[in-house]
Design a protein around this ligand. Structure first.
Ligand code: HEM
Length: 385
């Protein structure tokens, strides 16, 4: 966890939105104490830094400890041109045209999760729906056999820290590496159309990529695509449940669903901040002297509520269609899985409309994740009226 020098309560739950507003008006470019750390709160500044790869790097000044595992070696923490080479290996399956082909699979997964929930009067939306949906979709894309899905779901939980409060990576590293190595070896022999198979056939500079590199890809996709989408689904439930006006808007057309998703992403951005940028050069930024190597924190959650960018930003307007929000980042690192997340959310929303109408969130059964990096729920108990 990063140390900003501010009391943590300030940027937890909905408190964070008044803190962002205060920072945008008083210190939009904030130098954290005498530390080598800067925070940015305004839309234009956050967007500019996302786009400026010459001056802002995604490569940490020193590599993370070994037990941080494969993510630290993955392309989210690389700069151009290395980043482009690695990202291009998995770009194809995430193109909107390919993702569209997943529609029937995602529908099947949504349907089977709702069937399992059945007519229960009370259930936890997060553990029964919002977590398993994206995990199952990614397992499918990677080509994890059905029989291993439970284990895969467990690994995903461990990676994102849900099952190991002492540090996500220490617990699973060896077992998971063994598991993935077996799967990769099997894919090298057997034909299929999974992402792991695609990676086993990929080359960089004429050399096949190693098992460790493939594991890094898998872990990045598991981390990138799971908790983020889970949080989007939970946030949408919190917005739409028992709000007849919003629900009838959703029912009006499929473009209304798309607009509702974009506004949900803007309003409650699942990733609230990006802590992994560093100044590549000494930079003078609006009169501030940023030094080479200084850490940069981009507050997406604040940029997406900047009054200089959006009218009445603290109000959820279901028909706003804020296409240029920063919830998926911007520039070369812009979210690879955005078309997939949007499709999962769209299918889920269509199927969830009756639940928005008939179930209410139990106030005592709701708990928000206490982490400044994300906005989402770890538990959301629903009760039928
Ligand atoms: C609502 C859901 C999601 C949100 C809010 C989200 C958000 C983001 C953001 C803000 C970034 C930019 C990181 C940066 O600039 O350093 C990013 C990158 C990334 N996301 Fe997502 N994401 C979501 C879903 C997914 C899904 C479903 C996948 C894949 C299955 C995915 C895979 C990735 C990958 C691989 C990157 C790294 C891209 C790169 O460095 O070139 N994300 N995501």
């Amino acid at each position: 966890m990063f140390d900003s020098g501010f009391p943590e309560e300030m940027f937890q739950g909905d408190n964070r939105f008044s803190w962002y507003s205060m920072m945008r008006s008083s210190s939009p470019v904030f130098h954290v104490g005498n530390r080598k750390l800067w925070m940015f709160f305004k839309y234009n500044d956050v967007n500019k830094i996302f786009m400026d790869h010459e001056n802002f790097s995604s490569v940490p000044p020193r590599r993370f400890a070994d037990n941080e595992g494969g993510i630290s070696n993955s392309f989210i923490l690389m700069d151009h041109p290395e980043h482009a080479i690695y990202r291009s290996l998995v770009a194809d399956p995430f193109l909107p045209s390919h993702i569209k082909e997943m529609e029937p699979t995602i529908e099947k997964i949504v349907f089977s999760l709702l069937e399992k929930i059945g007519d229960q009067g009370t259930f936890d939306f997060v553990s029964k729906f919002a977590i398993p949906l994206p995990v199952t979709v990614i397992a499918d894309l990677l080509g994890i056999p059905e029989s291993d899905r439970e284990k895969f779901r467990y690994w995903s939980d461990v990676i994102i820290g849900n099952k190991d409060p002492t540090g996500a990576y220490s617990l699973f590293q060896d077992d998971m590496k063994k598991y993935f190595t077996t799967i990769i070896e099997k894919k090298r022999r057997d034909p299929d159309d999974s992402i792991i198979k695609l990676l086993t056939e990929s080359e960089i500079g004429g050399n096949k990529i190693s098992n460790d590199e493939i594991i890094s890809f898998c872990q990045l996709l598991m981390v990138g695509g799971n908790e983020t989408t889970t949080n989007l689904l939970g946030n949408m439930f919190s917005i739409f449940s028992q709000k007849p006006d919003l629900i009838s808007y959703l029912e009006s057309s499929s473009s209304s669903i798309e607009s509702a998703i974009e506004e949900s992403l803007r309003y409650y951005s699942p990733i609230q901040m990006i802590p992994h940028r560093w100044a590549r050069n000494d930079i003078s930024f609006q009169g501030n002297e940023i030094r080479k190597g200084d850490g940069i924190i981009l507050w997406i959650g604040s940029a997406n509520r900047d009054e200089a960018k959006y009218d009445d930003p603290e109000t959820f307007r279901v028909d706003r269609m804020p296409k240029d929000h920063l919830a998926f980042g911007m520039g070369i690192h812009m979210c690879l899985g955005a078309p997939l997340a949007r499709l999962e959310a769209k299918i889920a929303l269509q199927y969830l409309i009756p639940y928005f109408k008939n179930y209410r969130i139990e106030e005592s059964g709701k708990s928000i994740i206490k982490n400044p990096l994300v906005y989402g729920y770890e538990k959301m108990i629903l009760k039928r009226d």
